[in-house]
Design a protein around this ligand. Structure first.
Ligand code: ATP
Ligand code: MG
Length: 231
């Protein structure tokens, strides 16, 4: 029991990533910075992944937990969607690089045929289901629209179909999920992509240690843009 865990023994750089889309799209950028995970998080249960660089490791966390890990210094850096970062808020995170991956839009969507503009003009009180309660609240407050926010943790599309809500605030990329559920996007809120984030205090105190990695990732993003390998 007295043996130190790998986390306490580690003095290198810790990067927080979520599984799935962000992991998949971040990997090629890390590869260009000379970093390859030695374990596949999609098949392994390991949450701390060593990489080809002994001084760099990955920690696998829930997408919405990335800001918390980085802000509190449990990870030095992380990759998170702008949606997650804006919803999290706060000032403890420095955002040096737009990775231009996992691009989508945060939008208001309603059942097809629902007169959204009319409802707003009439001053109707909309029931809005979303995982992004802070962003949705700010969006509708800025428009002067009264809403009842219904906080959900997933499958927002289901809310209007079941009568739980009149509208949703959710991420849209192709629009296929909305279409499959007879919904349509009626208003954009924000353009979203994933960002590299750094603990703000660490960026001031240990910048020399972190900057080469940040620069390498940034260079990778630029090479990708030039290579035109975007989907
Ligand atoms: P969890 O599944 O653990 O609840 P999550 O749904 O937020 O977390 P992902 O679906 O992997 O996890 O999404 C992670 C990030 O990818 C989001 O925060 C967003 O920035 C981006 N993203 C989500 N959906 C899309 C999409 N349809 N197209 C492009 N990017 C997306
Ligand atoms: Mg998801």
């Amino acid at each position: 029991m007295s043996e130190l865990s790998p986390i306490e023994n580690f003095h290198g750089i810790t990067l927080a990533l979520s599984k799935g889309r962000i992991f998949g799209e971040t990997l090629p950028l890390l590869a260009r910075a000379g970093i390859q995970p030695l374990v596949d998080p999609e098949t392994s249960r390991q949450l701390i992944l060593p990489t080809s660089r002994a001084d760099i490791r990955l920690v696998i966390v829930r997408a919405s937990d990335v800001p918390t890990y980085v802000e509190r210094g449990a990870a030095d850096l992380g990759v998170a969607g702008l949606d997650v970062l804006m919803e999290h808020g706060g000032t403890g995170l420095h955002q040096p690089v737009d990775l231009r991956i996992a691009c989508c839009r945060l939008m208001v969507a309603v059942p097809q045929g629902f007169d959204y503009d009319g409802a707003i003009r009439r001053g109707a009180r909309l029931r809005v289901a979303t995982k992004y309660a802070n962003l949705a609240r700010a969006h509708f407050a800025a428009k002067g629209v009264h809403v009842d926010l219904i906080k959900l943790y997933g499958s927002m599309e289901l809310a209007p179909l079941t009568g739980l809500a009149d509208a949703i605030v959710d991420l849209v990329s192709s629009g296929n999920t909305l279409k499959a559920n007879h919904l349509e996007a009626v208003e954009p809120i924000a353009d979203i992509s994933s960002r590299l984030v750094v603990n703000a205090a660490a960026w001031k105190l240990h910048r020399a240690r972190l900057e080469p990695l940040v620069n390498a990732v940034e260079q990778g993003v630029r090479e990708f843009q030039r290579g035109g390998s975007g989907s």
